[in-house]
Design a protein around this ligand. Structure first.
Ligand code: GDP
Length: 473
């Protein structure tokens, strides 16, 4: 319609390019872009929505102003390694009134709610580890309202500080700067503020609008002030949610628990989640059997901005996945199956020819290999994320490393099929392939490598990229 062409015209254009298309066939974005450009039209790619998101999308329109209530801000602490993220988070949590009242047993579920004397509450997400977790941090930031950017006053702005700033900005998250370690003799908070100007963060004291608080996590200096600033930003931003609707949110953490099965911590971003609800998160689905809050208490339901640990999922979801509440378990299962089918289809559509680490260098040299696809399986979600991140960092001008799929558990036949369809190698950490998977890998000639130590895998891939990998005889 926009091009003012008939469907038959488009089909003709495609035919001239050797594509026999029908009226309701999907064509690749690049092709659509090319054709549109030939007709002096620019097409813009919409951010890809996944199927489940689309399915639940229209329900968002039902939101009525009178149903909205104030919700707590969701805060994440970001910054360079050793600048005091963990210390600050711990120190802020200790300001927790409820914890003091109840004897202070905090469950580590990946997030926690801090109640202030004023009655306000703040939800903190744990920052999972250091630079190896950038990917998750990025996704985590999406569920986040405010990022506290920790910068050590004796060290200043460092690479991961800049990374954090960019991620927070990209996610549209409010940044509050915490200049930490002001107790240290070498501390120079002014230099930090100076350095931040270059990244568009201009302190209020300098005429800008970035809130900066000088703190010491160690000596607990100005922590109350920092908490007040969070509350202030929350008031200004006026975060709201509708507790009356079905819950949706994000998976914060997930793992397989020996006794309890798949366990996930979810952050509810909107709505109320209750025991008995059927939810779906990527390929995982299930009826919630039990919910546990960050204080270790069993709860029956939880509202917006609350993190809870949930039991009852069919498998371990991926941290960063969105979760939605389905009508019932049957619908959740159907949607989950669709997600699995869809991702399989997507994989099959991409790239032919098999790759192995042994011939990777050769393929790069002859220009055949521009992208190394990797499937990662590990015993714990943390390793999956760590490997993903380290691998992505190996990408260089010649070859980009793409982790197609990362998951917890043994290497399965499905993993091998995925690898085969999308020309990927599989690496496993502290997991074994199922017998059927080994057989399939042999048959499909998939490079399947098992490691105990992440470093060894990284080393191998790095070596393969530079043609230095010792062949296995
Ligand atoms: P992270 O890597 O950013 O999580 O940093 P940590 O919280 O692990 O802190 C790194 C080091 O800095 C630890 O040895 C902390 O004890 C120390 N540290 C953190 N905050 C402060 C502070 O306010 N003052 C001083 N002097 N040391 C701090």
């Amino acid at each position: 319609d926009k091009l003012e062409l008939q469907v038959s015209d488009i089909i003709k254009i495609l035919m001239n390019r050797g594509i026999m298309a029908t009226a309701n066939q999907e064509i690749p974005f690049e092709l659509a872009e090319e054709i549109a450009m030939e007709h002096e039209m620019l097409v813009v790619r919409e951010p890809e929505k996944d199927l489940v998101e689309l399915f639940f999308e229209d329900k968002d329109l039902e939101e009525r102003e009178e149903d909205l209530i104030k919700r707590s801000p969701v805060v994440v602490v970001m910054g360079h390694v050793d600048h005091g993220k963990t210390s600050l988070l711990d120190a802020l949590r200790e300001s927790n009134v409820t914890e003091k009242e109840h004897g202070g047993i905090t469950q580590h579920i990946g997030a926690s709610v801090v109640s202030l004397d004023s009655g306000e509450t703040i939800t903190f997400l744990d920052t999972p580890g250091h630079e190896a977790f950038t990917a998750m941090r990025l996704r985590g930031a999406m569920a986040t309202d405010i990022a506290i950017l920790v910068v050590a006053a004796d060290d200043g702005v460092m690479p991961q500080t800049v990374e954090a700033i960019n991620h927070a900005k990209a996610a549209g998250v409010q940044i509050i700067v915490a200049v930490n370690k002001i107790d240290k003799p070498g501390a120079n908070p002014d230099r930090v503020l100076q350095e931040l100007v270059e990244y568009g963060l201009i302190a209020e004291a300098w005429g800008g609008d970035t809130i900066c608080v000088q703190v010491s996590a160690l000596e607990r200096t100005n922590l109350e002030e920092l908490l007040e600033m969070i509350v202030l930003v929350a008031e200004v931003e006026d975060y709201k949610a509708n507790p009356k609707r079905k819950a949706k949110g994000t998976i914060i953490e997930a793992q397989l628990d020996k006794g309890r099965g798949p366990v996930a911590t979810v952050l509810i971003q909107n709505g109320t989640l209750s025991v008995g609800d059927a939810i779906i998160a990527g390929p995982a689905y299930g009826r919630i059997r039990a919910m546990i809050d960050d204080k270790g208490r069993r709860v029956k339901s939880a509202g917006p901005s609350t993190p809870v640990e949930i039991l009852g999922l069919s498998e371990v979801p991926t941290a960063g996945d969105a979760f939605f509440t389905a009508k019932d378990e049957k619908q959740a299962r159907q949607l989950a199956n669709k997600v699995v089918d869809q991702s399989r289809e997507k994989m099959i559509q991409t790239t032919p020819q098999k790759v192995t680490l042994d011939d990777l260098f050769h393929q790069i040299q002859v220009g055949e290999m521009k992208e190394l696809n990797v499937i990662v399986k590990a015993d714990v979600q943390g390793s999956v994320e760590a490997v993903k991140q380290s691998l992505m960092k190996l990408s260089n001008e010649e070859v980009v490393i793409r982790v197609l799929h990362g998951g917890v558990g043994a290497v399965t036949e499905t993993d091998v099929m995925l690898a085969s369809a999308s020309n990927a190698i599989i690496i496993g950490f502290n997991v074994r392939p199922e017998a059927s998977a080994s057989a399939a890998a042999d048959r499909e000639q998939i490079d399947l490598r098992l490691y105990r130590v992440i470093y060894n895998a990284i080393e191998d891939i790095q070596a393969a990229m530079t043609g230095m990998l010792d062949p296995i005889y």
